[in-house]
Design a protein around this ligand. Structure first.
Ligand SMILES: CC(C)(COP(=O)(O)OP(=O)(O)OC[C@H]1O[C@@H](n2cnc3c(N)ncnc32)[C@H](O)[C@@H]1OP(=O)(O)O)[C@@H](O)C(=O)NCCC(=O)NCCS
Length: 185
């Protein structure tokens, strides 16, 4: 490889590492500034898929059964993560016990910001939490309208365990995916 090509590559990858390294998580709850940002991101990204978000946002704000985080770099919000903070048996009939439910994971301005491991950073935070409470699985529900999210979760080791046609929208199927955290699986 020529020296200038090597130099460009080194510069690009060091910027990339720098961006990832300086990202951090800020919790959204109650009436804090992060909650206000989350509110508007939910209206633009989640509401078109799942309809009115008032109830979900109230639950996030109360922070009783779920934790919500923004992935932030300086003032820029890069991603959103919401997961439930109690282990559930809700999916036991599908063979998935002791699960942590990942409720929301997306990269902000996904068209421009995808592909630089922000999704992975978001996912790793949930994974860390699930392991810390010794969950057997992480479960996530994904709309067929989001094939990029389906591919992402498949790359993270999730398997499809159920399909729910017309769950939130007529003619649209919602899939349930689970990833085992059990050592022997
Ligand atoms: C899907 C999404 C989370 C992926 O985030 P990302 O930052 O691009 O993902 P990463 O760069 O961390 O990639 C992780 C892995 O997933 C794979 N992957 C991610 N997006 C993919 C896609 N569209 N197709 C195929 N593979 C994909 C990557 O290749 C990578 O694989 P590897 O670990 O083997 O290299 C992001 O694109 C997104 O949020 N899109 C919008 C989804 C949305 O609007 N959801 C709303 C409802 S929550």
């Amino acid at each position: 490889m020529k020296l200038n090509v090597l130099l460009i590559f080194a510069l690009l990858s060091s910027n990339f590492v720098l961006i990832i390294a300086t990202n951090h998580f800020e919790q959204a709850y109650s009436n804090n500034a992060q909650m206000k940002t989350l509110y508007s991101l939910f209206q633009t990204t989640i509401a078109p898929l799942y309809g009115d978000q008032e109830e979900a946002l109230k639950k996030i704000s109360d922070a009783k059964d779920r934790l919500a985080y923004l992935l932030v770099n300086e003032e820029k919000v890069l991603g959103v993560l919401v997961y439930k903070n109690t282990v559930t048996q809700e999916f036991a009939l599908l063979g998935v016990d002791d699960a942590i439910e990942l409720k929301t994971l997306f990269v902000v301005d996904a068209k421009t910001n995808s592909g630089i491991r922000l999704g992975t950073q978001l996912f790793n935070k949930c994974l860390e939490y699930a392991k810390s409470v010794k969950a057997g699985y992480i479960v996530v529900t994904v709309s067929e309208e989001k094939p990029e999210s389906i591919k992402f979760f498949e790359r993270k080791g999730f398997k499809k365990i159920d399909a729910m046609p017309n769950k939130y929208k007529v003619g649209v199927t919602e899939y349930i995916f689970a990833k085992s955290l059990k050592i022997n699986d």
